[in-house]
Ligand binder design. Sequence first.
Ligand code: URA
Length: 246
Amino acid sequence: MNPSTPDDNPPRRSHPADLVDETIRSLKQMAQAGCSGFDSAPASLETINRWGRPAPPQADPDRETLPDIRADLGDCRRCKLCNSRTTIVFGQGAEQARLVFVGEGPGAEEDRQGLAFVGAAGQLLTKIIQAMKMTREDVYICNIIKCRPPGNRNPQPDEIGACVPFLKRQLKSIQPEYICALGSFAARTLLDTDTPISRLRGRLHDYLGIPLLPTYHPAFLLRNPERKRDVWEDMKLLMGRMGIEY
Ligand code: URA
């Protein structure tokens, strides 16, 4: 008796997306070789391309937009930082970014310009984003708090309590695939933990169903350049998950 029956070795089944890729490739090759009598127009190939792939997420008409949230924030006076700030730093970038970077809070330059991460640490963050083969416009960049604490002191619990609900609404609106928490303050606030950043970094955690990667803050890297290697390892982890080759 042949011990290898067909049921023991079922034929390898291709994923529908593989079959679609193969079909498109074959149609293009046949058209280039001069074959005719079939439809290889770009619009038809795009229709084929959608077969077997998950439907794109439908716009949720009830989902708050970032401008809605910004409007609700208004000229915020919900905590004492409003007395010393120059500008509210809401956050900026793609409204449907796949990746959101969350830092601590605005520094002097951010307070002047009203934009997150535009000082020295921001320039390093720009380089990190570019090394990940993206631009600042591809991602969303924001902070745990939106107003600069005097002298760049650490944010206080009442300030965080007043501000974080807006960040959470921003994250809910953007629905990113990944969050990167820059530094101990962002990571510990979003993950609600006291664990040091050195023990949090290097692996994905969960923030309301969104994978969150803690890593060192760019300002820390400016003071400790030997840690850049760790951050690059963290970014490679994210790139791999995001399907970006490195
Ligand atoms: N540091 C932060 O955490 N955020 C900024 O926007 C700038 C510096």
